[in-house]
Design a protein around this ligand. Sequence first.
Ligand code: SF4
Length: 210
Amino acid sequence: MLKINEIYQSVQGESTYVGLPCVFVRLSGCDLRCSYCDTEYAFYEGTKMSLEEVLQKIKNYDCNLVEVTGGEPLLQKKVYELFDLLLEQNYEVMLETGGHISVEKVPKEVIKIVDVKTPSSKMSHKNFYENLSLVDEKDELKFVIGSREDYAWAKELLAKNNTKGKVLFSPVWNELEPDKLVAWILEDKLQVRFQLQMHKVIWAAETQGV
Ligand code: SF4
C-alpha cells in the first residue's frame, strides 16, 4: 500500500516539461521542513491505496505524463514498485524529490527532478550531494533561490561540481523578485534555466489540486 495525499490532473508547473498536461500523484509524508514549503498539507493527510487503485485512478485521466511527487515520495518503499508499474504501462514518468535521499535506486527511465536545498530553506545540511553525479542528461536539478546569498551558494556549488543534469533556478515565491534573479543570471552568464512556478501564476498560490 502507498499513502496518497492526492491524485489529480493539471498542467506541469515547473521543469522543462512546464505547460504539458500531467497527472500528479502526491505521496504523503516528508521528513524535511523547508522554510518556503507550499505542501505542508501533505505531511500527514492521506489515504492508503494499493498500487492497482493508484494505477486505475491515473488511467482515468487518459494522460501519458505522470509525476510522482510529495511530500517526499522516496520515503515510501513501495514507490519503487509504482515506478516499475508505470514504466511497464508505457507512461512517461517524472519524480520530484527533495534531494536528501539517493536517487540511485530510481529506474533510469524516470525523469528525476532533484532539489538542491539552498541555505535559506534551512535544510541545506540535509542535501545528499552525490545526487549531483547520479542524475543524467534528461534529469534536472532544481535550486529554489530566496536571496543573493542562496544565489552565490548555488553558483559556487555548480562551479565545484560536474553534473550532467539540467539546472533550474527558481525564485522563492513572494520572497525574491524574479527580475533580480534573472539579472544575476545574465550578469554572470550562467548557463542555467530560470523558471517560475507557473501554477502559482495561473491560480492563487495556496490552491490545492492544481
Ligand atoms: S521537501 Fe518539499 S514537501 Fe518537504 S518540506 Fe521541503 S518543500 Fe515541503
